[in-house]
Design a protein around this ligand. Structure first.
Ligand code: OGA
Ligand code: MN
Length: 277
């Protein structure tokens, strides 16, 4: 199998794919394997102005794994979720927290493996998406830290991420947040591949068994180091761009934009297969 022609975007994360168009996406039998391999290496793949329609994108994603079905949507669009902060979007209240560094699906039993995002309506200013490698973040720890963090476990909650957007929640919000699942994950994920990454981000509430404030300070320090400006790959969107990311090896966020103006992204998500351990 030949490798995908790409150009790195930063040292640790992100690469631009050089020669894929919608026809190749639909017909090249080797492309999915090449993309999966490149995602393991670069964590983020940008297909600039690919201009593929949802159907072609979904068909390609199916070759990467099982797609998550967003079952509240009509069947013909159930594999494409519209991401926008527009109040008419039923998920707008939750998507608002996408502007804080996070890993998708940490409150689910198994976090998704790959996400595909395509820009349909871009914002005039802001609205860039940023990525930072949690593999690189682990690798940059000192030996002493690697040893000290090996057995730490982190409690992730919906409340932790939502509080960042709604610091003064209503009683209804608190009740709804409390109804969501709470998950404890190791701070260091030992992947089946043998690689290790940090598991952190805005859903991280505190460290199990550690003084709450001490744990939060440690998480904040690790997140700051993970997402230091020189570690970040930022993508400024043009309509028709498609980006794939390996959700298991990075944190991501959207930069602020005028929330009164439209910004519409279409997302398809490939289910994960590996529990965090
Ligand atoms: C997401 C997400 C960021 C963006 O879809 O999971 O975080 O730029 N999106 O819209
Ligand atoms: Mn996200």
């Amino acid at each position: 199998m030949s490798t995908l022609a790409v150009e790195r975007l930063t040292t640790n994360v992100g690469a631009k794919v050089l020669d894929v168009d919608p026809t190749r996406l639909a017909t090249d039998p080797d492309l999915a394997d090449q993309v999966a391999e490149a995602l393991e290496t670069h964590s983020v793949l940008l297909f600039p102005e690919l201009n593929a329609d949802d159907e072609t994108l979904v068909e390609f994603c199916r070759k990467l794994g099982k797609l998550i079905n967003f079952s509240h949507l009509p069947p013909e669009t159930a594999e494409v979720m519209e991401i926008s902060f527009d109040p008419s979007n039923p998920n707008a209240e939750y998507f608002a927290s996408n502007c804080f560094w996070h890993i998708d699906g940490l409150l689910d039993e198994i976090a998704p493996k790959t996400s595909m995002l395509t820009a349909r309506v871009t914002s005039a200013e802001g609205g860039e998406t940023e990525f930072a490698s949690t593999y690189a973040a682990y690798d940059a720890l000192s030996d002493e830290e690697k040893e000290r963090f090996a057995d730490l476990r982190v409690v992730h909650t919906f409340e932790a991420i939502q509080r960042l957007t709604y610091p003064n929640p209503t009683p209804e919000q608190l009740t709804e947040w409390a109804s969501r699942s709470v998950r404890e994950h190791p701070l260091v994920w030992e992947h089946d591949s043998g690689r290790r990454s940090l598991v952190l981000g805005a859903t991280a509430s505190h460290i199990a068994g550690m003084d709450i404030e001490e744990g939060r300070a440690l998480l904040a320090d690790l997140q700051a180091r993970t997402t230091a400006p020189e570690q970040v790959c930022q993508h400024s969107w043009t309509n028709g761009d498609t980006v794939l990311w390996d959700n298991t090896g990075l944190v991501h966020r959207v930069r602020d934009f005028d929330r009164n103006k439209p910004r519409t992204m279409h997302r398809s998500t490939v289910a994960g297969q590996e529990k965090i351990k």
